[in-house]
Design a protein around this ligand. Structure first.
Ligand code: HEC
Length: 224
C-alpha cells in the first residue's frame, strides 16, 4: 500500500471527508457548497433537477432496432395528462353545482368522510372542512379549508385519487360538483344549491390559507 493511500483515509476521517477537495482539487470535480440562507445561516437545499423532458431526441421508429413499443396515441396521453396547475391550467371543460355535489358526496364519499365531512378516523379518511386559522395553534387541524393553498389542487386530487375505492372513476363534471360542495361547505364558495363551478370560476377561488406558505429558497422556474 503506498503512503498516499494509507494517509488519505486517516486524513479523511479526521476532517470529515472534506480532505478530498483539498488534497487534489484540480483533478476533482466537487460541487460548490450551496449558498447560505441569510436569515438562518443554513445551507439552502439543492435546486430541483432540470427537467429531462427536452433532452431526449425523438425516437425514430424506422430505426427502432429493438422493435418494441409504439407511439402513445393522443387518446392515451389525454387519459394520463390530467394534472391541474395552481393557476388553473389543465382544468378540463365541464361544470357542476353544489346540489349535484351534495348528492354525489352522499353516494361516493360519505361512507369514508362522514355525513358532515368530519372524517372517519378509523378509516384514516380525513376531515375535509373546518380548522381555519388553527395551523399556528397548539391543535392544528389540517383540512382542505385550513391548509390547502390552491383550490385547483382539490380538483386535481379528487379527480386522480378519490373515491379511494375507485380512483379515476369520476367525470370532470362530477369533480366540479364535488368541489363546489366541499368548498361551499367550507364557506369558501357559495352554498346555494345552484352555485356552479367550472374552469373559469374555479381559477378565481382564493383559498383561506393561500398566504400561509413561505417562498421556496431554491427559487422557482427551474423546471418550467
Ligand atoms: C374508501 C374510503 C374513501 C372514500 C369512498 C373517499 N375517500 Fe377521500 N380519502 C380517503 C382517505 C383514506 C384519505 C387520506 C389519503 C391519504 O392521506 O393519503 C382521503 C383523502 C381525501 C382528501 C384529501 C384531504 C386532505 O386534507 O388531505 C380529499 C379532498 C378527499 N379524500 C375527497 C374525497 C371525495 C370528494 C370523495 C368522494 C368522491 C372521497 N374522498 C371518497 C378515503 C376515502
Amino acid at each position: 500500500m503506498s503512503m498516499r493511500n494509507f494517509v488519505l483515509p486517516i486524513f479523511c476521517v479526521a476532517s470529515g471527508g472534506m480532505a478530498f477537495a483539498q488534497t487534489d482539487s484540480a483533478a476533482r470535480t466537487v460541487a460548490d457548497l450551496p449558498a447560505e440562507i441569510e436569515e438562518t445561516g443554513e445551507r439552502a437545499p439543492s435546486p430541483p433537477p432540470l427537467s429531462s423532458a427536452d433532452d431526449g431526441a425523438p425516437v425514430d421508429l424506422a430505426t427502432n432496432q429493438y422493435g418494441i413499443g409504439s407511439p402513445a396515441s393522443e387518446e392515451q396521453i389525454a387519459q394520463i395528462d390530467i394534472d391541474v396547475m395552481p393557476d388553473g391550467r389543465g382544468l378540463p371543460e365541464g361544470r357542476g353545482t353544489y346540489a349535484e355535489g351534495e348528492t354525489l358526496y352522499a353516494d361516493r364519499c360519505l361512507a369514508c368522510h362522514g355525513e358532515n365531512l368530519e372524517g372517519v378516523a378509523e378509516l384514516g379518511a380525513p376531515k375535509l372542512v373546518g380548522g381555519r386559522d388553527s395551523l399556528a395553534s397548539d391543535q392544528p387541524v389540517k383540512t382542505v379549508e385550513s391548509y390547502w393553498p390552491y383550490a385547483s389542487t382539490l380538483f386535481d386530487y379528487v379527480h386522480r385519487a378519490m373515491p379511494m375505492d375507485s380512483p379515476g372513476s369520476l367525470t370532470p363534471d362530477e369533480v366540479y360538483a364535488l368541489s363546489a360542495y366541499i368548498l361551499g361547505q367550507s364557506g369558501i364558495t357559495s352554498d346555494d344549491a345552484d352555485a356552479v363551478l367550472n374552469a373559469e370560476s374555479f381559477a378565481q377561488v382564493t383559498m383561506p390559507n393561500a398566504d400561509g406558505f413561505v417562498e421556496d429558497p431554491r427559487g422557482r422556474g427551474q423546471t418550467e
